[in-house]
Write a protein that binds this ligand. Structure first.
Ligand SMILES: Cc1cc2nc3c(=O)[nH]c(=O)nc-3n(C[C@H](O)[C@H](O)[C@H](O)COP(=O)(O)OP(=O)(O)OC[C@H]3O[C@@H](n4cnc5c(N)ncnc54)[C@H](O)[C@@H]3O)c2cc1C
Length: 240
């Protein structure tokens, strides 16, 4: 274990976070050239901005802050995000030009976006990336996670490409140079009835001490503005 004394910024994963007599201490982990390395970070304050299902395992005695993981953690929806590197743009129907965000009526996923859309160019690029989003909402969340765990690569590819195949038909596969599929088993907190009065989330939102909490999960639903708000609140408290 080595001390992160000189450096102000280090990548890595916090394995544990606890308060000490003078502030906080985080035990962190990183891979360096494939080798695991741990180091300690000591500070006056820490902002714990990881998802709450992770924080529940990392923050020492999170129950002391008012979160009972068994009762208060939000339900999490799993998602698949798949990036298809295209050799060229697929041909569109004359009356249905490609948009940035494209939804397939009755599709299995939430459609796909054109990830080169915001490239500033005088002409469209030769190649592009189409990013497909699959919410797996047809399955119960735990069952969907199990499905993801056991699925064969070809099953994942089939589901990930289903909206694109519906849009472009059999010619789609021949246009794909490469597909990168990311499985996000706990991608987004899903609000359930009563989420606004979740006592555990209310308690974490009010914490003002050496450890501060900030994540969209504090709101109980997964929206960027919520993440931004709790980050701002935590920063104000850290600087006070
Ligand atoms: C597929 C998908 C599509 C979405 N689309 C939209 C959208 O269109 N609009 C919208 O508003 N929101 C959208 N969201 C939700 C949005 O992404 C989240 O609300 C937002 O990212 C939450 O930000 P955050 O900073 O709270 O947490 P996160 O983005 O979850 O960041 C948490 C960070 O903590 C890090 N971390 C985790 N564990 C540890 C650890 N032990 N130690 C150190 N670091 C750790 C993670 O690596 C991550 O960087 C989408 C989410 C998904 C999954």
């Amino acid at each position: 274990m080595d001390q992160a004394a000189g450096s102000r910024r280090r990548p890595g994963t916090a394995v544990s976070l606890e308060t000490t007599a003078s502030g906080v201490q985080a035990l962190c982990f990183e891979l360096k050239n494939g080798q695991p390395k741990t180091y300690l970070v000591r500070a006056r304050k820490a902002i714990c901005a990881m998802p709450l299902f992770v924080a529940a395992r990392v923050v020492r005695n999170i129950g002391g802050y008012g979160l009972d993981a068994a009762r208060h953690l939000p339900a999490y929806a799993p998602w698949i995000v798949a990036n298809f590197l295209m050799k060229e743009f697929p041909q569109e129907l004359p009356h249905a030009p490609l948009s940035w965000d494209n939804v397939v009526y009755g599709g299995k996923g939430l459609g796909y976006v054109v990830s080169t859309h915001q490239d500033v160019r005088v002409a469209p690029p030769a190649k592009t990336v189409l990013s497909a989003y699959i919410d797996l909402a047809a399955m119960e969340q735990q069952a969907a996670r199990r499905w993801l765990q056991d699925a064969r690569p070809q099953d994942l590819l089939e589901l990930a490409a289903s909206d694109l195949k519906a849009a472009y038909g059999p010619r789609f596969a021949g246009l794909v140079e490469r597909a990168d599929i990311t499985l996000r088993a706990h991608a987004m907190a899903s609000p359930r009835p009563g989420f606004k009065s979740n006592a555990g989330l209310q308690a974490l939102r009010a914490v003002d001490g050496p450890i501060l909490f900030a994540h969209a999960d504090l709101s109980g639903f997964s929206v960027f503005e919520e993440a931004s708000w709790w980050g701002y609140q935590a920063a104000l408290r850290a600087l006070a």
